[in-house]
Ligand binder design. Sequence first.
Ligand code: FES
Length: 115
Amino acid sequence: MGGVHKITVEGAGEAVCSEIERVLVALERAQGFGRLKGLARKLPVGCRRGGCGVCRARILAGEYRLDSMSRAHISEADAAAGLVLSCAIYPLTDLALRLETPQFKRTVLQTAKAS
Ligand code: FES
């Protein structure tokens, strides 16, 4: 069994994830236990297999192993800029990430306009 790593979600909180677990699954569990209090809404979850693109995130720090993911949602340029599908990555070290789903971007924009 692989090691366990801390996943820090920018502005939201932390999760723990083993090296054999998809990061999205760890984030869902952490939200269920109230450890991602900074999230204004439920994590968007779709296919859980790298195909629908709703779980986009930007890796800010750390190393990960990548499963297959749709190039329709993460281009090679996106990947080079640190974008991933969180259901298609497994941590190899502690990770820091920013959620980049369309739903969360809208929430951030709406919050910025309201203030
Ligand atoms: S949930 Fe569909 S790509 Fe991650």
